[in-house]
Design a protein around this ligand. Structure first.
Ligand SMILES: CC/C=C\C/C=C\C/C=C\CC/C=C/CC(=O)SCCNC(=O)CCNC(=O)[C@H](O)C(C)(C)COP(=O)(O)OP(=O)(O)OC[C@H]1O[C@@H](n2cnc3c(N)ncnc32)[C@H](O)[C@@H]1OP(=O)(O)O
Length: 328
């Protein structure tokens, strides 16, 4: 919450695998987002890096938007991989501390930053490939749905624990808002309808369902699933290692990341004008609807979240989350 973007862009250099970073005044000194670009291939990588869970605060939303816009402003870049520096969490959705006992001035600004993130990502001229290595609940799922292609980790043996007692790590994805005693905003819910169809979305929204990878694939919430068991050195793909930020270099032999890289490369080869025009055919009306109702949506959100009963639910949810985390 006390993270403030001090300077938008410290360094932006293009070329094979060069990086640009955002400088922030976060207590841990980390960059919120790390961007790398490869002009030769026409692809970029945007790595979310807000420990512990890549939750979306006002500053995180703004950092993703600014980074994406910077990539878009480079005419040589046609596609981008959206990934996470946390191998088990793509994004935990909204930073719940933005919702609990919110400051009246900050709350509408926060919501506006989320709306803008939706508009920028869903309407981006770039083809965005989501590399969903870990959990993607609520607005984490929304982030993935706003991309053009989603590849999710199938989960693996050995994610937690040790020795013979290793547990299987199974990431999940979905709009689970009702489990928190809130409802997904209409535009987010509609994005689910557009992605998986009316009946599946109606049920999933009501139940707050979080889908494991195989179910997410079968209903079309993700386009592909991939193991994360790292391959042999010989399977390393040229260009991927250079594109990965220094904190994720070990991901070069990760099959999921390789698949995302191949997909981004495929997108980058499609004639851009045709690709962007076809994207507008399916997305423009949804974007226009959202813009037309944006102020109303903000007022609705602020009124809804600040209700006493909603605050009570949220406080209980955050307490349960913290005590679960402490017990680990
Ligand atoms: C017609 C409609 C009518 C009305 C609607 C009108 C308006 C709409 C109103 C409201 C809409 C608001 C929309 C909300 C969308 C959201 O995104 S809400 C946020 C939902 N997110 C979640 O529920 C996820 C919660 N987190 C988890 O389930 C797990 O953390 C997760 C599965 C992601 C990972 O599990 P695990 O690996 O076991 O990690 P931990 O649980 O131990 O967590 C690690 C640390 O991360 C912190 N953390 C996790 N999630 C969040 C978060 N969302 N925000 C902030 N912090 C988070 C957690 O506390 C741990 O921190 P610690 O180690 O304790 O410091």
């Amino acid at each position: 919450m006390n993270t403030v973007i001090r300077s938008q862009l410290l360094r932006f250099s293009v070329g094979r695998g060069q990086q640009f970073r955002f400088s922030t005044a976060a207590a841990n000194g980390n960059d919120l987002v790390i961007g790398t670009v490869d002009e030769t291939l026409g692809i970029a990588m945007l790595t979310m890096n807000r420990p512990p869970a890549n939750s979306l605060s006002l500053e995180m939303n703004e950092a993703i938007c600014t980074s994406l816009k910077t990539m878009e402003s480079n005419p040589k870049i046609q596609s981008v991989i959206l990934s996470s520096s946390n191998p088990k969490i793509f994004s935990a959705g909204l930073d719940v501390s933005e919702l609990v006992s919110p400051h009246p001035d900050r709350l509408p600004k926060f919501w506006n930053s989320l709306q803008q993130l939706y508009l920028d990502l869903y309407g981006s001229r770039l083809a965005v490939v989501a590399a969903i290595q870990g959990h993607a609940p609520a607005a984490g799922c929304f982030l993935a749905m706003a991309c053009d292609y989603r590849i999710m980790s199938s989960g693996d043996i050995g994610g937690e624990g040790g020795g013979d007692m290793k547990k299987r790590f199974v990431p999940t994805i979905g709009l689970n808002e009702t489990q928190l005693g809130i409802a997904a905003p209409p535009w987010m819910g509609q994005l689910l309808v557009r992605t998986i169809g009316f009946r599946q979305a109606e049920l999933a929204l009501a139940m707050g369902t979080l889908f494991p990878p195989d179910r997410a694939l079968s209903i079309g919430l993700v386009d592909a699933i991939e193991s994360e068991q790292h391959g042999a050195e010989s399977t390393i793909i040229e260009g991927l290692s250079e594109l990965l930020p220094s904190i994720s270099k070990d991901q070069a032999s990760n099959p999921l990341m390789q698949k995302a890289f191949k997909q981004a490369t495929t997108f980058a080869k499609i004639p851009p004008h045709a690709r962007v025009a076809s994207k507008l055919v399916t997305r423009q009306s949804h974007i226009h609807d959202m813009i037309a109702t944006r102020d109303e949506d903000t007022a609705h959100f602020c009124g809804f979240v600040t209700q006493e009963a909603v605050q009570k639910n949220l406080i209980a949810y955050v307490e349960a989350m913290k005590s679960k985390s402490k017990k680990k």
